[in-house]
Design a protein around this ligand. Structure first.
Ligand SMILES: NC(=O)c1ccc[n+]([C@@H]2O[C@H](COP(=O)([O-])OP(=O)(O)OC[C@H]3O[C@@H](n4cnc5c(N)ncnc54)[C@H](OP(=O)(O)O)[C@@H]3O)[C@@H](O)[C@H]2O)c1
Length: 279
């Protein structure tokens, strides 16, 4: 397993198991359990996914020590501000059956519920997260879907620079300026939707390269992000795919293949503008 090191020296497995749109209950439990059995040691969930209870149960019943699993959750859009964040995180810990998470993120920077007050709400949420960090309730803290102006606003009052920004990144969706900015601040990048929520898998360019290297389209997409230095979070409920998505550290894409993927146009629809979301 490859690891990426945050600016506080916490190490995160470069591949994590994504759980968005995996329904709570049997499907989430079985998928996470299968992923852990297959070798994943990093799970990405969120309060908003509604599946923290099943994720927590699968981890608790996996037989793997808690400290050997890197667990991420996120503060819900409706829970911004100091007081709400404290309550929301307490509930997440209960559902996840743990007394700490390895990474806690602010899920979106400017949700509808905070639109008139997003800067102050983010500052309050971040203050609570810094206190969780000081108390050992989180090993690292970060943001998701933040653009440069959201980060600049957060840094006006933050004591800790976010360890990571989790954003939509894949061949065809580069977010180059934001990536450069985050790297300059010392933040790691997590690539969410590394398969374009599945939409990238029918790309002719991706499939041609897959044939050249003797791997699947999914493995090519994931390898591309790994070579970019990103942490990747593929989601699947299909055992063969869950397993296959781990098998990406035994081959390399050439500069020419990376160049072709770099040049791809986004075929999976535009990334949501976080200042215009309706949630
Ligand atoms: N922070 C945020 O706002 C945010 C937003 C979006 C996503 N995320 C995170 O990123 C994770 C991944 O993103 P995502 O859920 O959008 O999707 P994704 O991982 O880009 O793609 C998932 C889709 O690809 C399919 N798939 C996976 N592996 C495959 C394989 N080897 N062969 C063929 N098909 C395969 C899955 O099908 P099956 O499931 O049917 O197998 C599913 O339809 C999320 O689960 C979440 O943890 C975060």
């Amino acid at each position: 397993m490859n690891y990426i090191t945050f600016h506080n020296n916490v190490k995160i497995p470069q591949i994590g198991f994504g759980t968005w749109q995996i329904p709570d209950g049997e499907v989430a439990y079985d998928s996470v359990k299968f992923a852990l059995d297959a070798g994943y040691r990093h799970i990405d969930t969120a309060e908003a996914y509604g599946n923290e209870a099943s994720v927590g149960k699968a981890i608790a019943e996996s037989g793997i020590k808690r400290e050997d699993i890197f667990l991420t959750t996120k503060i819900h859009n409706k829970e911004h501000g100091y007081e709400k964040t404290v309550k929301a995180f307490k509930k997440s810990l209960e559902l996840l059956q743990t007394d700490y998470v390895d990474l806690l993120l602010i899920h979106w920077p400017n949700p509808l519920a905070s639109r008139d007050n997003w800067e102050a709400d983010n500052a309050g949420t971040w203050k609570a997260m810094e206190e969780f960090y000081e108390k050992g309730m989180v090993r690292s803290i970060g943001i998701s879907n933040f653009r440069e102006h959201h980060i600049e606003a957060l840094l006006k009052t933050a004591k800790i620079i976010p360890h990571v920004n989790q954003i939509r990144l894949y061949a065809g969706e580069q977010q180059e300026e934001l990536v450069t900015y985050c790297k300059a601040k010392g933040m790691a990048l997590e690539a969410y939707s590394p398969l374009g929520t599945g939409g990238l898998l029918s790309s002719e360019i991706v499939n041609t390269i897959a044939q050249e290297v003797g791997k699947s389209a999914a493995q090519v997409c994931l390898r591309y992000d790994v070579q970019k230095g990103y942490i990747i979070l593929p989601k699947s409920v299909t055992p063969s795919s869950i397993k296959q998505n781990l098998e990406i550290f035994d081959f390399e894409l050439s500069d020419a293949q990376m160049g072709k993927l770099d040049a791809m146009e986004n075929i999976c629809g535009p990334t949501k503008n976080p200042d215009e979301t309706t949630f």
